[in-house]
Design a protein around this ligand. Structure first.
Ligand code: KE4
Length: 429
């Protein structure tokens, strides 16, 4: 067992002033148990907690740190721009350059609006879809998470699944009634809901590769079928690419999967760890956004110069070096193969889901293709595995309902350590 006394003391203190001692529920280790580690600093692939312990990081701040922590060009850019003031509340050339850069990387984005979180991006995107279509309902998928805006807190994944929160107090019945849900990968159910609610659905919002139930891949025909349905019924197809954007490919899941969305939302990587989200898409739809149109959306810190220079610097690195994606994908495949070897030798049932640099391990004897199959895995075993790995210096997401995120600072030695730690951990369970 590692010495985590300072984390324990800080967690006790934090709970006196912060709900649950954390500023976001998934950090609280609620489903895996134990004391959340308080992080002192991080560099490359390594986190250092307040007790001086080092960990190989597979969370990457839930996605943003794709090239590793304290990535030099990003740090230097933030340091330089901080001296010019941290916010103006007025337009800057940097925001224009950021919008142009995103448009040069992401397909189907004519206009894009910057915001300060993935939640804001998704919340704004559905408002735009409702304003554009004049319809009220949205359809989301059980176990997908699009942030904590009221409309999304219906059968959502990530922290709600981790904490087993099915209905969220404070979300009114009126709001919840406008959110239709069905199982991920169930195209027949989508078509049935579209028939039942013909002319009522403004948008179908989906994680094109789901990362909030563990990592769950779209089955062949699932997204293509929704695309066709949206074309037929005048429904806005929204790709929530807060996780997949600029991670699966420079053009995100739209590029990787070859499917066009009408609107797309971003977060995480585009801010390089600073608070940034964005929503964008076809001009005919985005034209409704104020001050051009009447769909109001705003933010004091939207397009903040420090956040913009951080994101712009990281995206530029990714655009200039597309080989980074092949490197990252190869590292993830190497890790998957190594994990498969030790997991199959353990004799216990397991599933590994993986695309690009997103991966998840499920202790399950059946395919994990939606929330129900993710929830019916042996997640108690995952919790034990999580702690056994943490004790061996490997920091996995503290929930079976999360995707792991690899960063490109990980070395073959780190991956081998992770595989070896898995072998030892499984033997100890
Ligand atoms: P934020 O508001 O947390 O920036 O983004 C919300 C969001 C939207 N869409 C997707 C696909 C997401 O995964 C997220 C946020 N992801 C979680 C991790 N599963 C963030 C971690 C947290 O809640 O602390």
């Amino acid at each position: 067992m590692k010495n985590i006394k300072s984390s324990e003391a800080l967690f006790a203190r934090a709970q006196e002033s912060i709900p649950g001692g954390v500023n976001s529920p998934v950090r609280a280790f609620k489903s895996v148990g134990g004391t959340p580690l308080f992080i002192q600093k991080a560099k490359g692939a390594y986190l250092h907690d307040v007790d001086g312990n080092q960990y190989i990081d597979y969370i990457a701040s839930w996605g943003p740190m794709i090239l590793g922590h304290a990535y030099e060009p990003v740090v230097k850019a933030i340091q330089e721009y901080a001296a010019y003031s941290t916010s103006y509340g007025a337009p800057t050339e940097l925001e224009v350059k950021m919008a142009e850069l995103i448009k040069s990387m992401a397909p189907n984005v004519d206009l894009i609006r910057m915001v300060s979180s993935g939640t804001e991006a998704c919340m704004s995107a559905i408002r735009v879809a409702r304003g554009f279509t004049g319809r009220n309902k949205i359809l989301k998928f059980e176990g997908c998470y699009h942030g904590h805006a009221d409309s999304f807190l219906v059968k959502a994944g990530s922290g709600l699944a981790t904490l087993n929160i099915q209905t969220v107090p404070g979300v009114t019945a009126g709001v919840a009634n406008d959110t239709l849900t069905c199982a991920y990968n169930d195209l027949a159910a989508v078509k049935q809901l579209a028939r039942t609610h013909k002319g009522e659905i403004a948008a179908i919002i989906v994680e094109p590769v789901a990362g909030n139930m563990g990592c769950i891949l779209p089955e062949p025909g699932f997204l293509e079928g929704i695309r066709q349905l949206c074309d037929e019924d005048g429904i806005v197809f929204i790709f929530d690419e807060v996780m997949t954007g600029f991670r699966l490919a420079p053009g995100g899941a739209q590029e990787k999967l070859g499917i066009n969305a009408d609107l797309v939302t971003y977060g995480k990587v585009i801010g390089a760890g600073m608070p940034v989200g964005a929503f964008g898409g076809k001009r005919e739809i985005m034209d409704v956004v104020a001050p051009l149109g009447k769909v109001y959306q705003a933010g004091t810190l939207s397009g903040n110069p420090i956040a913009m220079i951080a994101g712009y610097t990281l995206l530029t690195e990714l655009q200039k070096n597309p080989g980074l994606y092949n490197e990252l994908d190869a590292k993830t495949t190497y890790l998957k193969n190594g994990l498969e070897e030790v997991l199959s030798a353990s004799g216990q049932p397991y599933i590994i889901n993986h695309m690009g640099s997103m991966i998840s391990v499920h202790f399950s004897d059946h395919a994990v293709t939606d929330f129900a199959t993710a929830a019916s895995a042996n997640n108690a075993r995952f919790s034990k595995y999580f702690h056994a790995m943490l004790d061996r210096g490997i920091y996995l997401p503290p929930s079976a309902f999360e995707s792991w995120f690899l960063n490109n600072a990980l070395t073959k030695e780190d991956l081998d350590k992770t595989i070896a730690a898995t072998k030892e951990s499984l033997a100890s369970l």
